[in-house]
Design a protein around this ligand. Structure first.
Ligand code: NAD
Ligand code: HSE
Ligand code: NA
Length: 924
């Protein structure tokens, strides 16, 4: 990586740096292959265009001009020695093209072009039959042996397909030679199929003989297509070279020694530098044609790659490489640039589009890298599978390479005290499972030995459960076993990565991501090889789990689905702030925040992908549906694409607040400036806080006291560090602060109240401010935070709403009638002024005496409470540590911008998804 920086600024220096690296690497072995690959990819231009590449033997580089990974002959000192007995000269570059790549004449021509562009001097290309031909060939055999004489028509179709392709692709002498061979083959096949038809049976070798023709024809066509350009090219019938032994279970084992001998003989006869070889087919030691069964042509390429000690094996396919997760489930999944052999194994087990594990074994032995590339997107560099580079920095991001899932599983749990210390229980359990032919996908047993749990495919679980019940009938009835239990509808999520083994915190991070997304883990397995951590979860949670884990390891952005309730002043301002903030979060913090719904009291808009925040107001007018809180929550919580979900309650509604408990329980984080939950019934509040502490779900309510001022966090900070709160006293109402700060000179009380409302400081109903209720709620919130168990009704409140106006039915009516009380207020103020004092509306939490109070007081003009301006709040904390001089927090305590600004602090958003608990408080 260091030399990458050099490379970008000084190409010449890069060359020098690259050379040193190579020389060093040649001595130190192969463990840095993938690192080299990354470096050379960038430096390739200088290597590729330089004639001085001979000393770089055996390395791969990205040939920018041709846009492909290319070996620079010879691999390493060790490999060079190991291959001493093989044809001398440059190392082989092995390619494999599957059926899709060989689908049409045009595609075969493209394959020829790719092969011709590979600058390696020796190229061995393994091909599959043309797309669908293998199936057509099996069909011929099936028809013939079931005495269906339409096999003759089907054979004609096969002939036709190859003839047309060859005519498109080739001409002249080459075409004539190919067609004559095709004719001969087809008439031989006809004879053989006739024999099968008569016998009504095909032996495996007959069938393999017939089927293998697809590869014979595609290899010959490609070899002629290459020759057309003037490049000498031979084709190889791999049945002459590759010897395999059947192992049962539809697999074969290559006989490397015998194959190597035959290969040398083949080379002695045909010393070609570009060879097109047939994939899939081979011979038994007795020279009977056979196939490599399900491992197919990839296996052929890997075996031949290991026989010629290739510099690399490139598997051409129709995907850009191996993804970090199934891209249908995680659209942000990335193509992995490298994978270790073991990681590729793990991934292929989980059905990722990787090689079959057996395919990797032959090349792994010689550390030959395999590169998966997309023949339809040559510009994609692909995924290199090679030996893992030595652990460099052990960062989490590099530890987990990819995630995979398996659905449709069931967990079986065998439990009971009778198992502990009794050898053979596991053997009996799995013996029973084997007897019903079920495949065990994962096993977990805690060391207490009281239960064994394992996962099997859902479709096999009934038989497994029945077999276990029979097998353990006695143990169950005597109570030695308490149960054989089946948990249906499970999925497996596996994290794959070689470096997990040596890095602390990987599983913690994984489980934290799952916990944050409120996903329950049913079972866990981690083999001591630690290439894989497997968790079993409910199938319905699987995609969310996959996405949460994938983003947590920074393989993709953390997605946050946000629902906004109450787009009033604060909600609106928050939405505007988010409009700008979302891009910054995405860019700087890797957080993809989407507002998935906005609901007012009458209408709501929902979106599956995120509402355009510059349009939401129009949408709420034109595209809205009637608001329905239940549907709103469902919409947010059921979207599998967004594992992390946040509700922001910007109402002052008690009913909305009453749902927080359920939302937190669902794993939905709640952020709110609404005071109703924390100042509501004590019992409900305690239940909510208990749940919050026990869960991984966040509940942020900083804005409920002092708006954006750090009041709650300051209090929590004091408590967490062991300070003792004695008293909290202050001006908690932005509205009342504004009113008394500005109620001066000739101004009337009602005018100033109207101004405060206009400025957005008041509650939706300003009487909540003037009645002292809003301050009382804040006093209660802080009192409870300090450990007092008080109800709102325990706080004596001096209301500033005249008796006569308390019964007004609307806030507007109240505002209209307020001026008639201006005279009373004028008198009160003058009295205070005459005494050199000001009026201030204060709240007190008296922790020592376990009580609170809210009242209008008079303060001397030099008192700190008399020095405020605007909507300032001032809150003084008197504590064991801050006894002589209280700790004071002061600043604007109401207003749209400062309040809305109290929620989307990037740190807070990040912590929602990453697991740091930002706001905690002392346990009661
Ligand atoms: N204004 C401030 O300076 C300030 C400061 C701190 C906290 N707060 C708190 O912020 C909250 C919002 O204040 P605001 O000034 O934006 O009030 P607002 O009246 O402007 O907005 C409230 C919005 O919520 C909507 N609403 C009410 N009930 C609803 C329901 N059941 N479902 C959906 N929507 C509903 C209303 O229609 C309105 O649009 C209040 O709880 C308030 O105490 C405000
Ligand atoms: N109405 C409240 C808003 C802040 O909670 C106030 O005036 O302080
Ligand atoms: Na605050």
């Amino acid at each position: 990586m260091r030399s990458l920086a050099v490379a970008s600024s000084h190409p010449g220096a890069a060359f020098a740096a690259g050379r040193t690296r190579h020389l060093r690497a040649a001595v130190s072995g192969r463990d840095a292959i993938s690192q080299r690959w990354r470096c050379e990819k960038t430096q390739g231009r200088s290597f590729g265009s330089s004639p001085r590449t001979s000393h770089l033997q055996g390395r791969l580089y990205m040939d920018v001009s041709k846009n492909m990974l290319t070996p620079i002959a010879a691999v390493s000192v060790e490999q060079a020695e190991a291959s001493a007995h093989l044809p001398k000269g440059d190392m082989w570059s092995v390619h494999k093209f599957g059926g899709t790549c060989m689908g049409t004449s045009q595609r075969i021509q493209n394959v020829a072009d790719i092969v011709l562009r590979d600058p390696s001097e020796r190229k061995l290309v393994v091909v599959s039959a043309m797309h669908k031909v293998t199936d057509m060939m099996y069909n011929l055999v099936n028809k013939a042996q079931s005495r269906d004489d339409s096999y003759i028509i089907a054979l004609d179709e096969v002939f036709e397909k190859h003839m047309t392709t060859a005519k498109d692709l080739l001409g002249g002498e080459d075409l004539a030679r190919f067609l004559s061979q095709l004719h001969t083959d087809v008439s031989n096949l006809k004879a053989m199929l006739r024999a099968i038809y008569i016998a009504g049976h095909a032996t495996e070798s007959f069938s393999d003989f017939v089927v293998g023709h697809g590869e014979l024809w595609s290899a010959q066509m490609l070899s002629f297509a290459i020759k057309k350009s003037g490049t000498p090219c031979s084709w190889m019938d791999m049945r002459e070279v590759l010897v395999v032994n059947p192992t049962g279970s539809n697999q074969v084992d290559p006989d490397y020694l015998e194959s190597e001998k035959r290969l040398e003989k083949w080379f002695a006869r045909q010393p070609a530098e570009t060879i097109i070889a047939t994939g899939f087919i081979a011979s038994t030691p007795e020279n009977i044609p056979t196939t490599l069964k399900r491992d197919g042509s990839d296996f052929s390429a890997a075996i031949i790659g290991s026989l010629v000690k290739a510099g690399q094996v490139t598997i051409w396919t129709d995907v850009d490489g191996v993804f970090s997760a199934d891209p249908r489930k995680v659209s942000e999944a990335v193509i992995l640039s490298t994978l270790s052999y073991q990681e590729a194994w793990e991934m292929s087990y989980f059905g990722a589009n990787v090689l079959h594990p057996r395919t990797i074994i032959p090349v792994m032995k010689y550390n030959i890298p395999i590169i998966i590339r997309n023949m339809f997107n040559i510009s994609a560099p692909g995924t290199m599978i090679c030996q893992q580079p030595a652990n460099e920095d052990g960062d989490l991001e590099a530890c987990v390479k990819a995630f995979a899932t398996i659905d449709k599983l069931a967990l079986v749990n065998v439990e009971g005290t009778g198992m502990a210390g009794v050898p053979g229980t596991a053997s009996v359990i799995f013996g029973a499972v084997k007897d019903v032919g079920a495949n065990v996908i994962m096993i977990s047993q805690a060391s207490s030995e009281h239960s064994v749990c394992f996962a099997v495919p859902e479709k096999e679980v009934a038989a497994v459960s029945a077999a276990l019940h029979v097998r353990f009938r006695e143990a169950l009835s005597s109570g030695r076993l308490s149960k054989v239990e089946v948990i249906h509808n499970c999925s497996i999520l596996a994290a794959v990565g070689l470096r997990m083994a040596s890095t602390p915190g990987v599983s913690a991070t994984l489980f934290d991501a799952l916990a944050k997304a409120n996903i329950n883990v049913r079972a866990i397995a981690q083999g001591c090889s630690e290439y894989n951590i497997t968790v079993v979860l409910k199938q319905e949670d699987c995609v969310r789990a996959l996405r949460a884990a994938h983003s947590r390891f920074f393989l993709s952005k953390t997605t946050l689905a946000v629902g906004i309730i109450g787009p009033g002043l604060i909600g609106r301002t928050l939405l505007n702030q988010l409009k700008d903030q979302a891009a910054i979060l995405k860019e700087n913090m890797n957080i993809d925040l989407r507002v998935m719904g906005i609901t007012g009291s009458r209408a709501m808009v929902l979106s599956d992908t995120g509402i355009d925040l510059s349009q939401w107001q129009e949408q709420l007018k034109t595209e809205a549906e009637p608001s329905d809180l239940h549907k709103f929550i469902q919409h947010l919580s059921e979207n599998q694409l967004f594992p992390n979900r946040v509700l922001v309650d910007c109402t002052a509604d008690t009913n909305v607040a009453s749902h927080y408990y359920d939302w937190l329980k669902k794993g939905i984080h709640v952020i709110t400036p609404n005071k109703k939950a924390n100042s509501g019934p004590l019992e409900r509040y305690l239940k909510l806080r208990t749940l919050q502490r026990a869960s991984y779900t966040h509940y942020f309510y900083e804005a409920t006291v002092g708006a954006g001022l750090p009041i709650i966090s300051t209090l929590c900070g004091l408590l967490e560090t062991g300070d003792k709160i004695l008293r909290i006293e202050g001006i908690f109402s932005g509205t009342l602060s504004y009113i008394f700060n500005n109620f001066e000179g000739t101004r009337t009380f009602s005018d100033v109240v109207a101004e405060a409302k206009e400025a957005g400081y008041t509650e939706p109903d300003p009487r909540d401010d003037l009645s002292g209720t809003d301050v009382a709620r804040k006093v209660i919130i802080l009192a409870r935070e300090s450990g007092l168990r008080l109800e709102l009704s325990d706080i004596p409140v001096m209301s500033l709403v005249p008796e006569a106006l308390r019964s007004c039915s609307t806030a507007d009516e109240y505002m209209q009638k307020l001026p008639s009380f201006d005279q009373n207020w004028g008198r009160e103020r003058k009295d205070a002024e005459a005494a050199g004092e000001v009026l201030r509306y204060v709240g007190v939490v008296d922790v020592v005496n376990k009580k609170g109070q809210v009242e209008l007081r008079r303060y001397k003009r030099d008192h700190p409470f008399a020095q405020l301006s605007g909507s300032d709040n001032i809150i003084a904390f008197t504590t064991s540590r801050y006894k002589e001089q209280p700790l004071i927090v002061r600043g604007p305590g109401a207003g749209a911008e400062v309040t809305a600004g109290a929620f989307p602090i990037p740190d807070a958003w990040l912590s929602l998804s990453s697991g740091e608990i930002v706001q905690t408080s002392k346990d009661e």
